[in-house]
Ligand binder design. Structure first.
Ligand code: HXC
Length: 273
């Protein structure tokens, strides 16, 4: 049987330095650790980035550092004072992005809030805060960006988790919110794909040197956490970067309505630390 591919595949396949040249990504939570490395990877591959969030100082610093990384002052736009719970804030952020870059191709709905709390001590307002930031905030983000994505035939990546695949104690609000995010992503995968937009989730596991892992673990537990992970190591921020690049690349053109779990196989063990 003749081979399907020849050397033109090597020239035409996704993995090249200017993979995302002329593309624009809109990232909420863009100065947090997971979203920051996602932004770094896309920017290194030629993408322009709008970094959207609440913390003014952190966003400007991140934007400056990413511009320095590629030696291009125009590559990033920091849009601070945006609370993803407020749809108007996101509409304004989208308008600023379109004014600066003219288009939006990718969105990462990554802004998140989380804390460890058992159900008996969890107040209704605490539950609502996490669900509003994580789930409603993701909805607002994608809702505001979708008119631009329709023009670019763009792609959506939600940041999910694995907390809702089994019963994880003290993580009720975030588990409920992330389950909702998966459902929303699946819904959009079906509704928006005929219009040219893919929708997927990335679900990080225990990723070293991230805010999420620091909040959920303790330094003295790290060695035993590693032993619980089938791949016997924590995830790295680079693991998240690689998966993100894949999901936005043409290599994932037929992947829609999927959750890519980047956790070394951990959730299959049914243990969280
Ligand atoms: C119990 C808590 C609490 C805690 C706050 N609350 N912290 N309850 N345990 N540790 C309660 C408050 O008492 C209040 O309820 C309600 O939550 C709202 O608190 P506010 O401080 O007023 O809310 P807000 O300023 O909106 O802050 C939202 C927040 C906060 C989620 C509570 O932590 C936040 O903004 N976090 C953003 C940064 C973040 O969390 N990053 C984590 C990303 S990592 P009452 O009843 O008193 O009014 C991540 C990991 C995902 O998400 C999983 C990866 C594997």
């Amino acid at each position: 049987m003749p081979c399907t591919l020849d050397y033109s595949f090597v020239k035409e396949c996704s993995w090249k330095p200017d993979l995302f040249k002329d593309k624009v990504v809109f990232i909420t939570g863009g100065s947090g650790t997971i979203c920051r490395v996602q932004a770094e990877a896309l920017v290194l591959l030629g993408c322009k980035a709008a970094l959207v969030g609440r913390d003014e100082e952190k966003l400007y610093e991140t934007s400056r550092e990413l511009c320095d990384l590629v030696n291009d002052k125009e590559r990033c736009l920091a849009i601070p004072k945006v609370d993803v719970r407020e749809f108007k804030d996101l509409e304004n952020a989208v308008n600023l992005t379109l004014k600066k870059f003219g288009r939006i191709d990718f969105v990462i709905a990554g802004a998140a809030g989380n804390f460890i709390c058992d159900f008996m001590n969890l107040s209704p307002n605490a539950f609502k805060s996490v669900v509003n930031i994580d789930l409603l905030g993701s909805f607002n983000t994608v809702k505001a960006v979708t008119p631009a994505l329709l023009k670019s035939k763009g792609s959506i990546l939600f940041v999910s988790a694995t907390f809702h695949y089994y019963g994880v104690p003290f993580q009720g609000p975030v588990g409920a919110a992330k389950a909702g995010i998966d459902a929303l992503s699946n819904n959009l995968a079906v509704e928006l794909a005929p219009l040219g937009i893919r929708s997927n989730c990335i679900a990080p596991g225990a990723i070293d040197d991230t805010e999420g892992f620091k909040r959920l673990s303790k330094p003295e537990l790290v060695e035993s956490v590693k032993k619980m992970i089938p791949l016997q190591r924590l995830g790295t921020k680079r693991d998240i970067a690689e998966a993100t690049v894949f999901m936005f690349s043409p290599a994932a053109n037929y992947i829609n309505g999927h959750v890519i779990v980047v956790d070394g196989g951990m959730w299959h063990t049914g243990t969280l630390f």
